[in-house]
Design a binder for this molecule. Structure first.
Ligand SMILES: [Zn+2]
Length: 213
């Protein structure tokens, strides 16, 4: 059943198709009408949305599903237009979710471990003086740990501490201090496992610190 409005719209369409220059005119009038009745039209759509909320959402979702490329492009454009706002929002999110943010960084680092290692090796090669400086600083800040390390080494040379292969089966191992209060409390790890343990320990430290805040 066609309503009078439908019939009117059909007529308008037929005219628009037959006379393209009418299209421009129609567009102009439409814009004028919109500008004049802006508040009223917005109020109308708001009311319609409130009454048909689920239906509206469904239609929009359907459209988004069918126009995935357009949605992506729009989002990209929006980000470009509001990059200052996005930057602030990201900063705020990082501040509010420090733990999640750290986890993202760690995940990224784990993925890029080879590249990052190569980068740091390159950096050390370019700045050889930094290596000695860092080692000196570390020694100054970790006097007690250094002393215990020395003591454990002496115990190892005296035969009190016995070297064993790593848990993963590698024979080439390094001594690792478990407890910095007891020189006897050591374990033997290969390079790979040792680094993994150090990383895990440092992460746990950071997590504990962040949880306290
Ligand atoms: Zn190992």
């Amino acid at each position: 059943m066609r309503t009078p409005t439908d019939r009117l719209l059909m007529l308008a369409n037929r005219i628009l198709i037959s006379r393209p220059d009418y299209g421009k005119l129609y567009e102009k009038y439409r814009l004028e009408y919109y500008q004049e009745h802006r508040e009223e039209l917005i109020e109308n759509s708001r009311r319609y949305y409130a009454e048909h909320k689920e239906e509206c959402i469904k239609t929009v979702r359907e459209w988004q599903r069918n126009n995935a490329e357009k949605v992506k492009a729009n989002r990209r454009q929006w980000k470009k237009d509001h990059w200052e706002y996005c930057k602030e929002a990201r900063k705020k999110w990082r501040k509010e979710n420090p733990l999640t943010n750290k986890e993202f960084t760690w995940k990224y680092n784990d993925k890029m471990v080879q590249t990052l290692r190569e980068k740091s090796a390159e950096y050390i090669r370019l700045h050889p003086e930094l290596k000695e400086e860092c080692a000196k600083k570390w020694r100054e800040n970790h006097r007690e740990e250094g002393r215990i390390h020395g003591e454990s080494n002496r115990l190892y040379k005296a035969g009190v501490i016995v070297k064993v292969p790593c848990k993963c089966g590698v024979d080439s191992v390094m001594m690792r201090q478990i407890d910095y209060k007891d020189a006897m409390n050591v374990e033997w790890c290969c390079k790979e496992c040792g680094w993994k343990k150090i990383k895990e320990r440092n992460r746990q430290k950071k997590i504990d610190l962040l949880k306290k805040i």
